[in-house]
Design a protein around this ligand. Structure first.
Ligand SMILES: [Fe+2]
Length: 389
């Protein structure tokens, strides 16, 4: 009888520990990929401390030796929380790595004593370890995709991200309005990010260009924490292969004082801040030395007399004109449009992608080839851009 009750207590203990084990709830996914760094992001259902183990690419088992752990820290302290962001530095350019994420549950933290629980991790035994590759300005040909204005239509997102794959696709741009409003973390993940992770984002980086709809809602000020960039801002630049990308954050489309924003919008000043940054960008050697210069911005700065586009028109276009911009890629209108260069407004073409189509883009020394495709991957339009110099 005593043996039975001991066994029952043991089974109950195992079940209760298993039931309460910390779990990875969203991700992991790649962010802020650079030539020598990457940030891995994920969430857990319980407070935890986290780290990522990184291994060189190759056939050798992940278990062949102890792998270098990279910890989530701030000012020297390891961070306890449910959102985990681990920055991995000092990587080599254009190099493939394998990674595994870990979260160790923190059951209690009283005084200076911590009681740890179980560990959740991604699998490297039954499945292959996850991979990432750092950026490489010397890469001869790159392939990337642009998706925008999804507004939580998961079926369209699924169709438009089909075929994005590690080794084939360098990166994906979410060019704004992936959701209609930023309500909370759950809506942010269910609206587009969970599907993106299962489709590609754990191995192919998604770069975000914020849309006006992502500036709205109680979660809007927190969601950038889930999309860290190498600059720490929502506007940034990077180079991959022959292309220098400038990603801008368009802000809202109506005046900051509009009743819809309840006194919370200050985007005029923010667009001025971006103009000042952009003026330095276009003078940088990295910008000038690239064969192509693409600007990614959700709201096109022409074609509307609303305040947001007008303000972009006034502040951004004069900085970009006469600087050898190859093209600007926008969304927002939910309608395809191709605006040829106009010497008085924009001396580069502006390509506006619709909400239910994608841009499949390849760039190499001879040109940039853009194929706009629908959800069935039928090609609707083709554009070719030649090197800017
Ligand atoms: Fe929009």
């Amino acid at each position: 009888m005593k043996v039975y009750s001991t066994l029952l207590i043991f089974i109950f203990f195992v079940l209760s520990v298993t039931a309460q084990s910390v779990k990875i709830t969203h991700g992991p996914y790649l962010q802020a990929v650079g030539v020598d760094e990457v940030t891995i992001v994920w969430t857990t259902d319980k407070d935890a401390v986290s780290w990522v183990e990184v291994a060189e690419a190759g056939k050798e088992s992940f278990y062949a030796k102890e792998r270098t752990p990279f910890y989530e820290t701030k000012n020297g302290n390891r961070i306890i929380g449910k959102l985990h962001k681990v920055k991995i530095r000092k990587l080599d350019p254009g190099t493939e790595y394998r990674y595994r994420v870990f979260s160790k549950e923190v059951l209690s933290y009283e005084g200076h004593r911590i009681l740890y629980g179980n560990i959740a991790s991604t699998d490297v035994y039954r499945v292959k370890p996850l991979l990432f590759k750092t950026l490489d300005s010397k890469k001869e040909e790159i392939s990337f995709r642009v998706i925008n204005d999804i507004h939580s239509r998961i079926a369209d997102l699924k169709a438009l991200s089909r075929g994005v794959s590690y080794g084939e696709t360098d990166l994906v741009f979410f060019n704004g309005d992936m959701v209609s409003s930023m309500i909370d973390e759950e809506q942010f993940f269910s609206g587009f990010m969970d599907e993106s992770v299962s489709a590609f984002a754990n191995q192919v980086p998604a770069f975000f260009s914020r849309g006006n709809h992502e500036t709205r809602g109680p979660f809007s000020i927190y969601f950038p924490d889930y999309f860290p960039t190498t600059s720490g801002k929502l506007y940034y630049s990077f180079r991959q292969g022959p292309v220098y990308f400038i990603v801008l954050d368009c802000g809202e489309d109506k005046p900051d004082s509009d009743i819809e924003y309840s006194g919370l919008a200050r985007f005029d000043e923010y667009r001025s801040e971006q103009r000042d940054w952009l003026m330095q960008e276009v003078e940088s050697e990295a910008f000038k030395s690239a064969a192509y210069r693409l600007v990614i911005v959700h709201i096109p700065p022409v074609g509307s007399d609303w305040h947001g586009p007008n303000d972009l028109n006034r502040k951004i276009l004069p900085v970009l004109n006469n600087k050898g911009i190859t093209a600007m890629i926008s969304g927002h209108t939910h309608r395809y449009s191709y605006l040829e260069p106009d010497a008085s407004l924009h001396d580069f073409p502006i390509l506006i992608n619709a909400h239910n189509t994608m841009l499949d883009i390849k760039a190499n020394a001879t040109g940039i080839h853009v194929a706009r495709k629908d959800t069935a991957h039928q090609v609707l339009n083709v554009h070719e851009w030649k090197p800017s110099k």
